[in-house]
Design a protein around this ligand. Structure first.
Ligand SMILES: N[C@@H](CCC(=O)N[C@@H](CS)C(=O)NCC(=O)O)C(=O)O
Length: 216
């Protein structure tokens, strides 16, 4: 049976534990913005190792941002947070309730946790944070993914529906900042047009720019 509960209204501002440099955390913040929800940001000092503190590990035993606290409901993992927010605070537009629509969105959440994480996000981790990343592999994965997305987005305005869904939110952040990992975006006009469409959505929240883009 499909869920028919009306969207909830938050009793108090939601709290998002994040780092301003984290694309995973940006994903969650972007969704809060797009849904027009009240929220407060708590910065976690990843460089200083705060994510491994006892207090933070109580919020997320995986020791990662983002973590969302919605009036005592504590959730970790960016994609899980997107599903929660869209299910609780929206009526089915951001996460379709029908089986085919929901599966079409889930497909891209898997891409976000797979190809995007090991492609553009990993390349950025290597360049910006000097992490030991197989750079050639990460850049090649990103380029393969962007080529595939280019054909998807040449055929439709958004990834999983004829309107924006959490599939687009999950994919946006690390692709928008791919050039910080030395993956050029210029060869992909349809991908760029999609980035601009996401940025034009009401309530859009930009992700911090960490260094000038390659295309600038
Ligand atoms: N699957 C997680 C991954 C989150 C993640 O990788 N977070 C990174 C920042 S982008 C983190 O907190 N890293 C902490 C560390 O490396 O110690 C999600 O989607 O939220």
């Amino acid at each position: 049976m499909q869920q028919t509960n009306p969207p909830a209204v938050p009793a108090r501002p939601l709290v998002l534990y994040r780092s301003p440099l984290s694309g995973h955390a940006h994903r969650a913040e972007l969704m809060l913005g797009l849904l027009g929800l009240p929220y407060r940001l708590v910065d976690v000092d990843l460089r200083g190792g705060e994510q491994r503190s006892e207090a933070f590990l109580r919020l997320n035993p995986f020791g990662q941002v983002p973590v969302l606290d919605d009036d005592g409901v504590v959730l970790a993992d960016s994609n899980a947070i997107l599903v929660y927010l869209a299910t609780r605070y929206d009526d089915g537009r951001w996460l379709p309730r029908d089986p085919v629509g929901a599966a079409g969105v889930q497909r891209w959440l898997s891409v976000a946790a797979g190809e995007i994480a090991f492609g553009p996000a990993a390349a950025r981790l290597g360049v910006l944070f000097g992490r030991p990343v197989p750079m050639e592999d990460a850049v090649a994965r990103a380029q393969r993914l962007f080529t595939l997305m280019e054909s998807v987005l040449a055929a439709g305005a958004f990834l999983a529906a004829d309107h924006a869904t959490i599939a687009d939110v999950a994919a946006y952040s690390y692709i928008a900042r791919a050039e910080e990992g030395n993956v050029p975006l210029a060869p992909y006009p349809a991908l760029n047009a999609w980035l601009r469409r996401v940025e034009a959505l009401p309530g859009f929240v930009p992700m911090l720019v960490s260094k000038p883009s390659l295309a600038a």
